[in-house]
Design a protein around this ligand. Structure first.
Ligand code: ADP
Ligand code: ADP
Ligand code: MG
Length: 707
């Protein structure tokens, strides 16, 4: 007996389900495509998407082989299958040949590429096919055609799908492109034709800016995609990102599974996605679905794809932007409003089954299923331009899941969010009868979502959920920028929070004193017969280097479980309090209220969760300690603001630099950042060279001592 038959837990539903609901779909034209049954697949991806694909595979008795790299060896997707292979180095998820070899050796019939990595690599898809493996995705030719933003636009124009006015031809002469930009009229957007993930894209608002922006787009494109061809198109000033989930089978059937509005973005990257798109006139909605189906048919599409449109809020017109020839990060939104498992659909289509539902059947389901929203939970710092963060997840508490609340996560408490990969921790997807209900549910679920360790965007998304214009559905891609003041404000921390954090620190210091090898946080300021009195100092923390006001808290134990607490001028004479060491929850009875606060410490950062709000505090380091730790040197250096790779070094030792002069260009995941000189000075040493991987806080260049 083979292992695959042993692992076949449930009977296969695929062919039956497909047969049941294909009445209105044609399966006629020409010779029937071959039907392959997939009973063993390899998942060529990591994190949440690898787990998500694996889950559907398991539900249908399909054996899963999983891959990992050295930094991922203990990650959840690697541990999820008994058939797990180490590819080695960090970037080995891109090693298509090795992956195909493993799939063949393991007897897999197909490869699911997830999203990112190899999912839109037509050469890989082609090699799979040539190796006799089913690539669970579209035909390689469709990937190739759609992977080129210029070529895809030509195909769309020919198929009658509207495109943003612009130039997307071969001529790359900078002056010619500038002439084209003049014709389009400013502002224009310059886009790398091989671009993705928001990279290689620059806006020129005036003619004067054009050449510099062109240069910058080309350089980023060359670095990221090895190709610096660009196109130029009209920049839509108040756009919405509206995309349509399409599916096509081998018989020429195609359906649109509704649209998703993904306008809430930062750095051209989505953070909230919802379906249906708010306030989209019904006629436009039907039209956009029809255009998306035409787009899929025009490229001979099969499987899951997303046709992205840019919707002009000023004119109500929409234009084709690009087609993503894969499953999207945000596909669960569509699953919630259609009640379908899109990974199962992908498998069925790859096996040669016709689509399980007709367009009319899909529309019936959409009409009944209300509204869904997805929030992407990232390890990143919104207060510092959303720079990615990484590190160990010291504490994770997730909202309770149900039919209407789904979490797709790649991590659990104790896991490391690696600086080597995308910093997305999880996706929280909620469904409500109406959009209002969905937003309320999302807000409530986020209040139950606690993550300590890396900085996350959870607090930021909570603010979005309370933002009146978002609630009103007045979305656009510039939303975050336009609502900056409202979204980045923070409210003052209550005295009670400081009091409870100090109580947790006192508790921890007591334990440290009684043996454990922790450093003490507070300083001893008195000694009652058997009770301690201590003083603690905290600052509010929004990033690695901020020196806000210092808050001082004195705690004095006055009886078993009773404390006198001074927070600045405020005095709580007697607070009954206790701490649960397993959950880190401090429960305190103040004269006016009871508060349960989770307090987690991560070196000199303290993360507290109280009444659905997260707070980050820092224990300021004493000056003598900074000296002892050799931090003086750092004072004269420019530090990496996030885990990154050095792309270019723009200066050398001995150079005299001006304030704001570029020093180093770094890359972290999908973002290129220019590190500029904080002041005028002379460079003493370049610490890291092109290609180096750096941790957050590593010195990049050192300045000479000032006389
Ligand atoms: P979607 O359109 O589904 O929202 P994105 O365009 O944000 O997805 O990209 C999906 C995934 O693909 C990302 O999470 C990332 O892992 C990967 N990805 C996208 N662009 C790039 C890129 N330029 N380099 C590496 N990975 C990328
Ligand atoms: P990528 O392949 O990097 O995802 P897209 O072409 O899909 O690139 O564009 C990404 C984002 O950039 C869109 O979601 C939208 O916010 C913005 N964008 C793209 N084209 C335009 C345009 N012509 N005008 C204004 N914004 C645009
Ligand atoms: Mg895109």
């Amino acid at each position: 007996m083979t292992l695959s038959s042993l692992l076949r837990i449930t009977p296969r539903l695929a062919p039956a389900a497909a047969r049941r609901s294909t009445r209105a779909l044609s399966v006629s034209s020409g010779a029937p495509p071959t039907r392959t049954s997939l009973d063993s697949i390899l998942i060529a991806n990591r994190g949440e998407i690898a787990l998500r694909v694996g889950q559907t595979a398991a539900e249908h008795g399909i054996r899963v082989t999983t891959l990992y790299t050295d930094p991922d060896s203990r990650s959840q997707h690697a541990l999820s299958s008994p058939f797990a292979f180490n590819l080695g180095s960090v970037s080995a998820y891109l090693d298509g040949d090795r992956i195909i070899e493993i799939a063949k050796k393991e007897g897999c019939q197909g490869i699911h590429p997830g999203y990112g990595f190899l999912s839109e690599n037509s050469a890989f898809a082609r090699k799979c096919t040539e190796a006799g493996l089913v690539f669970i995705g579209p035909p390689w030719k469709a990937i190739e055609d759609m992977g080129d933003k210029s070529r895809s636009k030509e195909i769309m124009i020919a198929a009658g799908v509207p495109c943003v006015p612009g130039y997307h031809g071969q001529n790359q002469d900078p002056h010619f492109l500038e002439d084209e930009a003049d014709k389009i009229t400013y502002p224009v957007l310059i886009k790398a034709i091989k671009g993705g993930g928001g990279k290689g894209m620059r806006i020129a608002t005036t003619k004067a800016e054009f050449q510099a922006q062109l240069e910058s787009a080309k350089s980023e494109a060359l670095n990221s995609f090895g190709d610096d061809h660009v196109l130029v198109e009209k920049y839509i000033t108040t756009p919405r990102h509206i995309e349509v989930q399409v599916f096509a089978d081998k018989y020429g059937n195609s359906v649109a599974l509704g649209e998703r509005d993904c306008s809430i973005q930062r750095r051209h990257q989505k953070i909230l996605e919802e379906s249906p798109a708010p306030h989209l006139p019904d006629a436009t909605r039907k039209d956009i679905w029809a255009k998306a189906r035409s787009a899929a048919l025009a490229v001979g599409y099969e499987g899951a794809g997303t046709v992205e449109f840019i919707f002009d809020n000023d004119t109500g017109k929409f234009y084709f932007m690009e087609m993503n020839t894969r499953l999207q990060v945000e596909h669960p939104v569509t699953e919630m409003v259609t009640g379908q498992d899109l990974v199962h659909w992908q498998i069925m289509v790859s096996e040669g089954a016709p689509l399980p539902l007709t367009q009319e059947e899909v529309e019936e389901k959409i009409a009944r299923n209300g509204h869904a929203i997805e929030a992407r939970i990232y390890a990143e710092n919104p207060d510092q331009g959303f720079i990615p963060d990484s590190g160990r997840l010291l504490h994770v508490r997730t909202p309770k899941t149900s039919d209407d609340i789904r979490i797709d996560a790649g991590f659990v408490e104790g896991d490391d969010v690696s600086a080597h990969y995308d910093p997305m921790i999880s996706k929280l997807i909620v469904r409500g009868e109406t959009r209002e209900e969905a937003i309320l549910k999302l807000g409530a679920a986020l209040e139950q979502y606690e993550v300590a360790g890396p900085v996350t965007n959870i607090e930021f998304i909570k603010k979005l959920c309370r933002s009146p214009d978002f609630i009103a559905g007045a979305v656009e891609t510039g939303y975050i920028e336009k609502h900056r003041e409202e979204l980045f404000s923070s409210k003052a921390i209550d005295d009670e929070l400081f009091a409870q954090v100090a109580l947790a620190c006192l508790h921890r210091d007591m334990h440290a004193a009684s043996g454990a090898s922790h450093t003490l946080i507070g300083s001893e300021i008195g000694f009652a017969p058997s009770y301690q009195q201590r003083q603690f100092s905290f600052t509010e923390s929004t990033g690695p280097a901020d020196d806000g006001p210092i808050f001082t808290v004195r705690v004095q134990q006055i009886a078993d479980k009773f404390y006198r607490i001074e927070v600045g001028e405020r005095v709580f004479e007697s607070v009954e309090s206790q701490i649960d060491s397993d959950t880190n929850v401090v429960t305190s009875f103040f004269p006016h209220t009871r508060l349960d606060t989770t307090v987690v410490q991560d070196e000199d950062t303290i993360i507290a969760f109280q009444q659905g709000i997260q707070y980050r505090l820092k224990v300021p380091r004493a000056k003598w300690m900074e000296k002892a730790l050799g931090m003086k040197d750092i004072a004269n250096s420019v530090l990496a603001p996030m885990p990154c790779k050095v792309l270019r070094v723009e200066v050398q030792a001995g150079d005299e630099v001006e304030k704001d002069q570029p020093l180093v260009v770094i890359e972290s995941m999908k973002m290129e950042t220019v590190i500029r000189s904080p002041h005028r000075g002379i460079i003493a040493r370049v610490v890291h060279q092109k290609g180096d991987q750096c941790k957050s806080g590593t010195p990049l260049v050192e300045f000479a001592e000032e006389e």
